[in-house]
Design a protein around this ligand. Structure first.
Ligand SMILES: *Cc1c(COP(=O)(O)O)cnc(C)c1O
Length: 354
């Protein structure tokens, strides 16, 4: 079904201060929407970004049946638009839907929704290096019913908005502390779905960590509190004896698209890649003895976020002298190079719009 487009009468773009963008606050002129009723997705539309009217009995507000994605479009050096790894995000959203009993969206409709919306609001893609158009697809249960069961109605939206680099510090290292006393996700739970509930679980521990001067929580596994999981908005990777080590996809961590991109790049560069469990004790010890030279987070928002310090159980280790290491920089340069069209896209990661 082709998308019906209702354009704004007047763009809001002149109200936007592109030099002082705060992540998540600014939205482009239009949004995509489609409703699921009577067992199928209805007529898809692109409409002016604006309020939606709902009843307070909206089921997702009570039981959290909602999922989302996060991806980006970049202004390529030749002036065209590059969307990064659209198909991988489409596939992941499908998995999240299945875990949360949400009806899946046809791949072709999803692709068309994103490309049409980005193309229509192309003026909103910032030009400065490091900035981009953030794309936020999401689906929520929308039945007016507060009984506990799978909803029969859903809304799928796509919003877009200009963003500059995610961390104020840019590529400068962050401090993490391990998840003392809290858990985020357990095997068999929701950890591998991109769903609101995982974030709800992480807010209090993140606030505690921030009060103590850390930017985020380094989540340890929920059963033993021994193995590294992820950082809650990012996956995590380690460089030890020149090899890339990252926790395996065993159900408790989000299968990050950036994580996958880093793994593919590392393999292409001939690095040894180990997707394996790695304990916090191994990390603390190998940083101290010098074999672990870098730690960094991977995620769409920051691409690569070097970790300069880890606090665990009363002890702090400093990594690479609190400086961005050569591998973090290499992965950052390779990925952003492809995103901005400066480097050849040998992996087929880019959906280009002219
Ligand atoms: C989105 C997300 C990530 C990062 O995934 P990318 O696809 O690389 O952006 C990591 N962890 C969690 C919990 C996430 O929700």
């Amino acid at each position: 079904m082709s998308i019906q487009i209702h354009k704004v009468n007047e763009s809001r773009i002149d109200e936007v201060d592109f030099d002082n963008l705060v992540f998540g606050h600014t939205f482009s002129d239009h949004m995509f929407q489609v409703a699921y009723r009577n067992g199928q997705w209805n007529q898809p539309e692109i409409v002016p970004f604006g309020k939606i009217e709902v009843y307070p009995s909206l089921s997702c507000l009570h039981y959290g049946q909602s999922i989302f994605e996060g991806l980006k479009a970049f202004r390529s050096v030749d002036g065209s638009i590059n969307i990064f790894r659209l198909d991988k995000h489409i596939a992941r959203m499908k998995n999240s839907c299945e875990r949360m009993c949400i009806p899946t969206v046809d791949d072709e409709l999803f692709r068309e929704a994103v490309t049409s919306l980005v193309s229509l609001d192309r003026n909103w893609i910032p030009k400065a290096r490091g900035s981009s158009l953030y794309i936020r697809p999401f689906i929520f249960a929308s039945e007016d019913y507060i009984g506990v069961r799978v909803s029969e109605k859903y809304e799928f939206f796509v919003l877009t908005g200009p963003v500059s680099t995610y961390f104020k510090e840019g590529l400068s290292p962050v401090k993490l502390m391990t998840s003392e006393g809290y858990v985020r996700a357990v095997r068999g739970g929701l950890g591998e779905a991109k769903t609101a509930a995982n974030y709800a679980a992480s807010l209090l521990p993140a606030m505690v960590a921030q009060k103590r001067g850390f930017s985020q929580v380094l989540w340890l596994d929920a059963l033993e509190g021994k193995y590294i999981d992820e950082v809650g908005t990012m996956n995590i990777a380690f460089i030890k004896d020149g090899a890339l080590i990252t926790p395996p996809l065993e159900g408790t961590i989000l299968p990050g698209v950036t994580r996958d991109s880093v793994i593919q790049l590392a393999k292409k560069k001939g690095m040894r890649v180990e997707e394996r469990r790695i304990s916090i004790d191994e990390v603390m010890e190998s940083v101290k003895e010098g074999s672990m030279t870098e730690v960094f987070g991977t995620g769409t928002a920051a691409v690569i976020s070097p970790v300069g310090e880890i606090y665990h159980n009363g002890e702090t280790v400093k990594i690479n002298n609190f400086e961005t290491g050569p591998f973090a920089k290499m992965f950052y340069d390779e990925i952003t190079g492809i995103q901005y069209g400066e480097k050849e896209d040998t992996f087929g990661w880019i959906t280009n719009i002219r």
